[in-house]
Ligand binder design. Structure first.
Ligand code: ADP
Ligand code: MG
Length: 511
């Protein structure tokens, strides 16, 4: 690896209204290196990339590219100067052919209406260097996501890029396609390009990266040689936690374990490895893992919100959330409260009565709705002047309680809570935690998903750990350091074959 710095950013600052998205970040890309940019959601990765590629201007700081001051006014200008970005949403034209896309907008006169045969041949040659053999006369839109991604990269390389920035390039690829892409990244690096790689997949980071820069809450945590940064160190840098820190262990299981409420076998879909999961009556099972590890995807499969390609729950293949609700007694509060959960203009009463109404199949009387709403407002301590208050006027924590009430009114057997405490204040968090604990003592089973590991540890009886879209193990009677190790994948011998790795993960199964 050469050490010639191609792109050097120093003290980069960016503020958005109310957010200090980047607070003086240094970042450097060398020729011939793959540099992973890591950090939890909101760390500032995309903002940094957007500043480097001319989407946003920086507020402060210096950026030099090949030794000269670099201040691109647009992504097009950044690209012309040699910095290309490959976003998840590709900037290609699906209705044009593969060949046309490769040469789109570049030196058109050389190819325009002229020698189609030569253009086709050139396109095939370029793609062959990427081990890609496709019919270049077919529309790009008819190709797989992987091929489209590779065409975008091939195009970027043809435009004389010196630095290629990839933001989550593998998130829509299957494992073979990912291997192909990682191989290409390695070859681009050998050609002397600098590659910036943003991904949530730890295995991929360690497979291709030379250096890793970690951001947290808009600040630079550090830049490290990948070979000198252990997975556990990386995860602790991202989370801002010292793994040695002692933390409270899980709730012990009740004396006797109740019967299984749901038992999932081999549930999978594209991008989610098959997993098994059993939840017992009155048990709180936590899902832990980094963002993108497959926590939410697994929960959606359990609920039938995404269709499982294979696998069963309680012996049946779920067709829809309705089936999960009606026949298995499941309830699900999604991650995005505002997008999927609440009806902002409706009152607290209406928001609570929604599910019950549907279950009963007839209109629940106004008086009955009021009684129900009033009952939950009292029981959950929802702070609202009246049950007729539009829910949008409540605080985040109280909105969350209304959503909880809605599903509790329905008396589910299993309540799936995806990030129920995100964006609410500490006091409200504590109340929701206590509520979950009380409910479980009364026999409700809960599946609790949260990015906050201590919270998962505090609330759960047992934790299922996810990494790189796989359920890698389960832990009971555990500690924060142990969970972090499993999230990081450090319980495995490096380079162990997949099957052994999984066995190692599941070997952690405790009592
Ligand atoms: P990451 O890509 O690491 O998840 P981002 O760079 O997208 O993080 O975001 C960093 C912070 O800046 C977040 O708090 C985010 O909400 C905020 N942010 C990002 N883009 C904008 C924007 N266009 N307007 C306002 N805030 C933004
Ligand atoms: Mg981002």
């Amino acid at each position: 690896m050469s050490t010639e710095p191609l792109l050097v950013a120093r003290g980069v600052q960016k503020r958005f209204p109310g957010v200090h998205a980047l607070a003086g970040v240094d970042f450097e890309v060398r020729a011939g290196e793959v540099h992973a940019l890591m950090g939890q959601n909101g760390a500032g990765k995309s903002t940094l990339i957007k500043i480097l590629t001319g989407v946003y201007p920086r507020d402060e700081g210096t950026i030099t590219f090949q030794g000269r001051d670099f201040r691109p006014a647009s992504p097009g200008e950044a690209q012309r100067q040699g910095i290309s970005t490959i976003y998840q949403e590709l900037s290609l034209v699906p209705t044009l052919t593969v060949a046309e896309n490769l040469f789109l907008g570049r030196a058109p006169r050389r190819w325009w209406g002229l020698d189609w045969k030569a253009m086709r041949k050139k396109a095939e040659e370029i793609l062959a260097t990427f081990e890609l053999r496709v019919d270049v006369d077919q529309p790009l839109g008819s190709m797989s996501a992987a091929v489209q991604q590779l065409v975008a990269i091939a195009r970027a390389v043809q435009t004389e890029a010196r630095v290629i920035i990839m933001d989550e390039p593998t998130s829509s690829l299957d494992s073979h396609e990912t291997e192909v892409l990682l191989g290409i990244i390695t070859r681009l690096k050998e050609r002397g390009l600098g590659i910036v790689f943003v991904t949530h997949f730890l295995d991929q980071v360690y497979k291709v990266s030379d250096r890793i820069t970690v951001l947290r809450n808009g600040t630079l945590v550090g830049t490290y040689e990948a070979s000198k940064l252990s997975r556990l160190e990386l995860v602790s840098q991202m989370l801002g936690k010292v793994p040695e820190e002692m933390e409270p262990a899980l709730h012990p299981h009740p004396e006797s374990q109740g019967p299984a409420v749901i038992s999932a076998q081999g549930l999978s879909r594209r991008g989610v490895e098959p997993f098994d999961l059993t939840v017992h009556q009155g048990e709180v099972v936590g899902f832990a893992g980094l963002l993108g590890s497959g926590r939410t995807e697994a929960a959606r499969l359990l609920f039938g919100a995404d269709h499982a390609r294979e696998g069963t729950i309680n012996g049946t293949h779920l067709r829809s959330p309705r089936q999960a609700i009606d026949t298995l007694g499941m309830a699900f509060t999604p991650e995005e409260r505002k997008a999927d959960g609440i009806f902002p203009e409706l009152s607290v009463r209406e928001n609570i009565a929604l599910v019950v109404q549907r279950k009963q199949g007839f209109i629940v009387s106004r008086a009955r709705q009021e009684k129900l709403a009033q009952e939950f407002v009292t029981k959950l301590g929802i702070k609202t002047p009246s049950v007729e208050q539009p829910i949008r006027l409540l605080s985040g924590g109280n909105q969350q309680k209304v959503i909880l009430a809605r599903w509790l009114a329905y008396e589910p057997k299993l309540l799936i809570l995806d990030e129920p405490t995100r964006g609410i204040d500490v006091g409200a968090k504590g109340e929701i935690e206590r509520l979950i604990h009380q409910l479980s003592q009364k026999g409700l089973s809960v599946l609790f998903i949260s990015a906050a590991l201590e919270e998962v540890l505090r609330i759960s009886h047992r934790i299922a750990v996810f990494r790189d879209r796989k359920k890698v193990g389960e832990l009971s009677r555990t500690t924060l350091p142990e969970v972090m190790k499993m999230i990081a994948g450090e319980e495995q011998p490096a380079g162990a074959p997949e099957a052994e790795k999984r066995a190692a993960g599941e070997g952690k199964h405790a009592s």
